[in-house]
Design a protein around this ligand. Structure first.
Ligand SMILES: Nc1ncnc2c1ncn2[C@@H]1O[C@H](COP(=O)(O)OP(=O)(O)OP(=O)(O)O)[C@@H](O)[C@H]1O
Ligand SMILES: [Mg+2]
Length: 306
């Protein structure tokens, strides 16, 4: 059963094709990541799915319903949050959340608002105007808005921008806990790769309005076949460099006593080269093996696209 189904979704602005026949399906209970460079079409896609933007063409289904035909069914079961969400500056956090609670037909409003503010550590700011909040506090208010109606499908478009590392980690935990407790489906975008990797079951890469790949983070990372090894030796650095060159390693940096080089990860190559280094009697004072990260994948796709 799918929570979100999108077929041949399209949006143009004059000559700009912002979303170009995009199709994908998100399973119920899945956290589905959307990655792509600035302007790839992620927000436009989300805005069309959530009814904030008129599509040119294509089919959208949320919880098996076409939102255009069954908006009454869909509207209270979904929610959207983004750090750029336009909250009312003149109202306090509590007043803003009361309005959204009313829009979404929430019961036990005060209790719900208090519990969300507590989770996002905003209780002490409840009666402060949004205009007077820091950017991270606004972002957290927008997250409270996103969860106000216990949505079955939640759209989080850059919902963690501007959060300090402590609250960002707590926010990821709240999102994950909420998802596990409620079975909610989440469409998640972020430019912070580690959080996409930590949260998302599958990731779609968007580029120039198209989805070019959908896979798990692990599968995506397997596309990069090289690991980076950083070695610092106590002495004989020049000798080690010459040895690595003889072994046809791709040296990225050799400075002072540190050498960084690439090794393809197939057929025990890392183990073999390290074994040779030890056998030759080089004394290491530091060793790091860096596997490909989602950042590397992102950069590879972004730079390979021109
Ligand atoms: N109202 C608009 N008028 C004209 N062009 C627009 C409009 N909104 C978006 N675009 C264009 O559509 C494309 C997709 O934009 P979109 O905001 O969906 O990208 P994004 O993937 O969310 O990027 P980001 O990572 O920067 O948030 C961009 O080229 C953008 O300039
Ligand atoms: Mg965007």
């Amino acid at each position: 059963m799918f929570a979100i189904e999108v077929i041949n979704l399209r949006k143009t602005y004059g000559k700009v094709v912002a979303v170009d026949d995009v199709s994908f399906k998100v399973k119920k209970g899945e956290i589905f990541g959307f990655l792509g460079v600035n302007g790839a079409g992620k927000t436009t896609t989300i805005n069309m799915i959530t009814g904030l933007l008129q599509k040119d063409s294509g089919t959208i289904k949320i919880l098996n319903h076409d939102p255009e035909e069954a908006w009454e069914y869909v509207k209270n079961r979904i929610n959207v949050s983004t750090a750029y969400y336009p909250l009312s500056d003149a109202l306090t956090i509590r007043q803003n959340l009361r309005i959204y609670a009313k829009i979404y037909g929430v019961k036990n409003v005060e209790q719900k608002i208090m519990s969300l503010m507590q989770q996002f550590e905003l209780s002490h700011l409840a009666d402060r105007k949004v205009a007077d909040l820091s950017s991270g506090e606004r972002t957290r208010t927008a997250l409270c808005k996103g969860l106000i109606n216990d949505p079955e499908v939640l759209f989080l478009d850059e919902c963690t921008v501007g959060l300090d590392p402590d609250i960002a980690e707590k926010t990821r935990r709240i999102i994950k806990n909420y998802q596990q407790k409620s079975g909610c489906t989440i469409l998640f975008t972020s430019h912070y790769m580690y959080e996409v990797e930590e949260l998302c079951d599958r990731i779609a890469f968007m580029d120039k309005g198209k989805i070019i790949k959908i896979a798990t983070a692990d599968k995506l990372k397997k596309a990069i076949k090289k690991h980076t090894i950083e070695i610092t030796v106590k002495s004989r650095a020049e000798e080690l460099k010459n040895f690595l060159m003889l072994e046809q390693m791709n040296i990225l940096l050799a400075e002072d006593n540190t050498i960084i080089f690439e090794v393809t990860c197939e057929r025990d190559k890392i183990y073999k080269i390290l074994n040779k280094i030890f056998t030759k009697g080089f004394l290491l004072s530091d060793l790091h093996i860096k596997k490909p990260t989602l950042d590397d994948i992102f950069i590879k796709i972004a730079r390979g696209r021109k």
